[in-house]
Design a protein around this ligand. Sequence first.
Ligand SMILES: *[C@@H]1O[C@H](CO)[C@@H](O)[C@H](O)[C@H]1NC(C)=O
Ligand SMILES: *[C@@H]1O[C@H](CO)[C@@H](O)[C@H](O)[C@H]1NC(C)=O
Length: 463
Amino acid sequence: MKFLLPLLAASSIVSAALNPITVKGNAFYDSKTNKRFFIKGVDYLPGGSSDFSDPLLNVDICKRDIAYFKDLGLNAIRVYSVDNAGDHSECMKLLDDAGIYLILDVNTPKNSINRASPAYSYNTAYLQHIFATIDTFKGYDNLLGFFAANEVINDENTTATAPYVKAVIRDMKAYIKSQSKRFIPVGYSAADISTNRQHQAEYFNCGSDEERLDMFGMNDYSWCGKSSYSLSGYDKKVETYSGYTKPMFLSEFGCNEITPRPFTEIEAIYSEQMTSVFSGGLVYEYSEEDNKYGLVEISKNGDITKKTDYNNLKSELAKVKMPSGDAGASSKTDASKCPAFEEGVWEVDPNAPIPSMPKRASAFLTNGAGKPLGTNGPNTSYGDKGDIEDNKAAAEAALTAKTTSRAPRATGSNTASGASAAAASETSSSAAAAIVPAPMGVAVVAPIAILLSSTVFGAFMVL
Ligand SMILES: *[C@@H]1O[C@H](CO)[C@@H](O)[C@H](O)[C@H]1NC(C)=O
Ligand SMILES: *[C@@H]1O[C@H](CO)[C@@H](O)[C@H](O)[C@H]1NC(C)=O
């Protein structure tokens, strides 16, 4: 019975105010009115990024903060982590009533692509977690989209994680296609690394439609104080991405080198100078935390005090007149060219296929992901025992095939068993091989296989 409650609550929301947002060319549109949609939002992570807490579970906190979102004139928030076993229906309804969309990151401190061991962290248990998060939120019309990952590539030496992030994007798109009644955009939120930010944007929009992202978020802190369109370098970004065929927006902005922040970039972001490429953005961040980017202070007893930044942002947003019509948007949909391998800058082989989905995870596409495990689920960073067994078997089979036949292997090919350490080390020409750190079988989280099998096959029986 426990699991039925959230489902009933979600389905009882019949008269949602907001229409789903869809993607056409390089812009967002309201799927019913066909009006172009610009994100006017904040990043919402009260408690900071180090403490895991789901801000959409506590209705009193939602009510308190939504009043400020409305006062600021916002239409979107971004949340970085949720407990996918929780009931979000009341907060989602309050947001919807307030005209606010949600952009949601699907990862948690226990479930994400691990930079140090991307191949291990891309596994069946991980995919069960993020697919279950999709299930928890797919029914809300005011869910704008999902971020598959945030800043996994955070330097020039972590670019070899990109194929794993791209695999996650592909898998989420496939899951939505088979398990959701409507299209939901899936994107990536990128760190602003001057040497390879363009590579990132192009890489995630190259290849087949099944693996290209639906939206690209840039975390961008280049406009500090009363900067300008050209001083900040916004002009160069508009130029660089003018042919990009997916919606782009600033998934974090609000440099705090000069305080209080005047937020004069608001005028630029929503001007016709930028709207042909960018679809608005999200200010980092609502609440004051250790890193000092807040718009409001939240006291221990939950009282809110507005900072000068809050008032500045509010008056800048109030001044802005949203551009009308398509505002320069392009309807082109062609893929970007996959960026070339560049040592020390972009270490991804443009011809290597992205890792295939772990064998057991493909059952989720047809059967659903089963019960969300929430914060009690396994830490999937170190791998999934079942996948490792699969990969071992595939490696042994490959070895047998090699000793019985002397035929040369196709270069860059991947085995069907997916993001396997075994497959990656076999294809030593692929960039991924260099980052597989440990021999197979190390640090296996034993209970995962049991949890998972009871998840996949047990959920239906419980209901
Ligand atoms: C999950 O495992 C990774 C890798 O060992 C570790 O860095 C991380 O802190 C763990 N997360 C939690 C919430 O325990
Ligand atoms: C990348 O380089 C930085 C230093 O520039 C280092 O601290 C970090 O550990 C490196 N990361 C990897 C995955 O090698």
